[in-house]
Write a protein of this length. Sequence first.
Length: 203
Amino acid sequence: MFERNNPTIAIHCLSYDTEKKPFSILYLSPERMRKITFLLLDSPDGQNKHFVWVKNLSRLMAAEYTHKERHHVCLSCLQVFASKRVLDKHTPNCMIHSPQQRMYPKAKLSFVSHHTEFPFDFYLIGDFECFLKPGDDTNAGETQQSIVSAHVPSRFCLYRVSPHEEFYTPAFTYSGVTSWRNFSIACSKKRTRSVTFCLASCP
């Protein structure tokens, strides 16, 4: 009745669950101009229920995070974003689905079999940055698939890690259209000196 009489207002209802995840989505209206969030509170026996108005959803969700800066919350999945710009890009793709939220297991995985590790004298750590280039749909009818975007390498950072101090070198960075080719060249240079050291150390 309320939604029919107020076509510009979306209702967003949450509940508090101490066993699974503190907040769960009970109901979400279709995307509208204005949004109102309510939190359902109930007694331990479940006999008494009451809706309260959530004036600031960011503050309500802040209790679940260590960073106390302002949060931008998606009403459909309760995902938190650092900026409104990212939230605005996320919302249209999320609102086409039913409300959902992520749940993580309480148990934490950890690696304890350190006695099985094999130490390395050298290893390379590389990190790439790419641009998203819009895809070409000229062949979409033939393959029945369309390429949304392509990752075009634009820059990289390469760092050699070693327990030998004489082989410490600054991280190598490069930016340009030939990032992938220069990455291969940089790897070869760092690998050549490392292999020479390993061969010299062999009895």
